[in-house]
Design a binder for this molecule. Structure first.
Ligand SMILES: C[S@@+](CC[C@H](N)C(=O)[O-])C[C@H]1O[C@@H](n2cnc3c(N)ncnc32)[C@H](O)[C@@H]1O
Length: 284
């Protein structure tokens, strides 16, 4: 099982207004890319989308699918940059409502599991930003099924692009295991309470799983960028502490404070990382 729709909704359906308080203005819920010392989170999120647009080799006459498109932040960038048609899929009904409320031109979205999605036509390019961590549960990983599950995702997505099409792919990663019980408990809390049913892949699992469908053309790790991103989310969320406690309750504030603080330490200590890959569909 991947994260079920119910589990995905635990992660993303607290309230669109809650996430709007502390994410950037477009509501990217994934690592930004800081290219200069004093860049804002907003600018760094644009950098991330620009890199993935270029990895997918998009241009105004092309079509693209964003798999696990969140509240539509990256799609909004893609449309602004120029695209013939942009499609997105998410498993969260709150995100789907937000995308539709934005009324972005040349954009269609669906609330559907990627396993059930059947595109009418093949796309020129694909983008997916930190969705793959919902596909393999900790139990499945313990049974040795992770690579098989990720490979099925790369097989299916390869069927959705034209021959030689490109994929701008980004994933959060798990790396080292923390050494103290308190740190292990914080990571387990994040997995069980904030992202139930999911597990961050290891980089080597992804590198194995893209074969034989995709060639890795370029690969960049973004660990320190995710550290900065989550530190900024935490800083912004704390600025709204009183409002969050009053509107959504103490538990929501305390849980998100614990989760984001854990993320900051996870990236600093190499428990977690992040990767962007430029993938080219292997069509021979
Ligand atoms: C961490 S969010 C990232 C959202 C967005 N890509 C961004 O950069 O802000 C993960 C996304 O994957 C979607 N997702 C998770 N499992 C999915 C599945 N099986 N099929 C389609 N979308 C899924 C969630 O609904 C959510 O939109």
């Amino acid at each position: 099982m991947t994260s079920t729709q119910r589990e995905v909704e635990v992660s993303y359906d607290v309230s669109n207004e809650f996430f709007r308080l502390w994410l950037d203005e477009r509501m990217h819920y994934t690592s930004a890319v800081f290219e200069h010392e004093n860049e804002t989170l907003e600018q760094a999120q644009v950098n991330k989308s620009r890199i993935l647009y270029d990895f997918a080799e998009l241009s105004p006459e092309k079509t693209v699918l964003d798999i696990g498109c969140g509240w539509g932040a990256n799609l909004e960038y893609v449309v602004q940059r120029g695209i013939k048609e942009a499609h997105g899929i998410t498993l969260s009904s709150a995100q789907f409502e937000e995308i539709n409320a934005r009324k972005i031109p040349n954009l269609k979205a669906w609330c559907v599991d990627y396993r059930d999605y059947k595109p009418a036509e093949k796309y020129d390019g694909l983008i997916s930003i930190e969705m793959i961590d919902h596909l393999c549960s900790p139990d499945q990983a313990n049974k040795g099924m992770a690579i098989e599950i990720y490979r099925e995702y790369f097989r299916k997505t390869a069927e959705w692009v034209k021959p030689g099409g490109y994929f701008g792919f980004q994933a959060i990663l798990r790396n080292r295991v923390p050494r103290t019980r308190a740190d292990i408990a914080d990571l387990k809390f994040t997995a069980d309470v904030i992202f139930p049913g999911g597990l961050n892949p290891r980089l080597e699992e992804l590198v194995a799983a893209v074969n034989p469908y995709w060639e890795i053309v370029e690969l960049k790790t973004r660990r320190t960028h995710y550290g900065k991103t989550t530190a900024e989310w935490l800083r912004r969320m704390r600025m709204h502490e009183a409002h969050i406690r009053k509107t959504w309750g103490d538990q929501v504030f305390d849980d998100y404070d614990r989760y984001l603080s854990t993320c900051v330490r996870a990236f600093a200590n190499h428990w977690s990382s992040d990767v962007q890959m430029k993938l080219r569909h292997i069509d021979v």
